[in-house]
Design a protein around this ligand. Structure first.
Ligand code: SAM
Length: 240
């Protein structure tokens, strides 16, 4: 191939890559609009709309980077998608309300249980100081850790383990986001929530509708629980 052909080929490849990026950006903007529409309709957070910063984070994180190749055409549909090992990347609307409900602040340290693809951690990383995330399936933990590093989410630290027990050495946390359904609220997680902190967690059995709960720990350590919505998550596994 002569120099002219090589330059033409490079230009063609560059154009193709950019065209994909543009398509994804358009699809992402449509997804954000849909999430906004849902949120104003359902009002699961008790507010008319979701926080502007949360919407912006959702509009920036490239969900197509967090799904397997064959799922990329569906990456911006407002639904969960399979990520292998019987697990899913959560529905964007659910990611949005869970993020909104913990009221993320710029200086917050957040713990996530259930790294999965790393998508929820990436959304949180846009809004808080640092995210610690635990995943129990080794292959998913490895993939998510490599993906988050490649995409330069430098304020996310992941580990392989059973999230039921939290990550004591980095606590107490300003917020805890649990993305798998537990049969009960894990006491170690309540202990690792700082006074004034918030935890969002789906609670219920595997084959029944679960309840998304918002827990707020008051300054005197009392926990106030609010029921948010009926949801359907994969179960929190482990030996606990
Ligand atoms: N947050 C993920 C994302 O953005 O892609 C989606 C999470 S998926 C709905 C739930 C994840 O929780 C799965 O990857 C599953 O392996 C993980 N999980 C289940 N039980 C766990 C446990 N005890 N500790 C840590 N992770 C767990």
């Amino acid at each position: 191939m002569n120099t002219r052909s090589s330059v033409l080929l490079m230009l063609l490849l560059t154009f193709t890559v950019n065209a994909d990026d543009v398509d994804y950006a358009i699809a992402r903007a449509a997804m954000v609009d849909e999430v906004h529409f849902y949120a104003t309709l359902a009002r699961d957070t008790g507010e008319e709309a979701l926080n502007e910063d949360v919407m912006q984070a959702l509009g920036t994180v490239e969900r197509h980077e967090f799904v397997p190749a064959r799922q990329k055409p569906f990456a911006y549909e407002n639904r969960p998608l399979p990520i292998g090992y019987g697990q899913t990347i959560s529905q964007p609307y659910i990611v949005a309300i869970m993020t909104d409900l913990i009221e993320p602040g710029r200086d917050d340290i957040v713990l996530e249980i259930g790294t999965g693809s790393g998508y929820q951690a990436a959304v949180l990383a846009k809004l808080v100081k640092h995210v610690y995330s635990i995943e129990i399936i080794e292959a998913l933990a490895d993939e998510a850790s490599a993906r988050l590093a490649r995409l330069r989410y430098d304020n996310v630290t992941t580990k392989l383990g059973d999230g039921y027990y939290g990550w004591e050495e980095h606590g107490p946390f300003d917020a805890i986001v649990v993305t798998a359904a537990a049969s009960h609220v894990p006491p170690p997680l309540v202990r690792q929530l700082r006074p004034g902190g918030r935890m969002i967690i789906p609670v219920g059995g595997q084959f029944m509708t679960q309840q998304l709960l918002l827990l707020e720990k008051t300054d005197d350590g009392t926990v106030i629980t609010r029921q948010i919505a009926a949801v359907s998550f994969v179960p929190l596994t482990g030996k606990h």
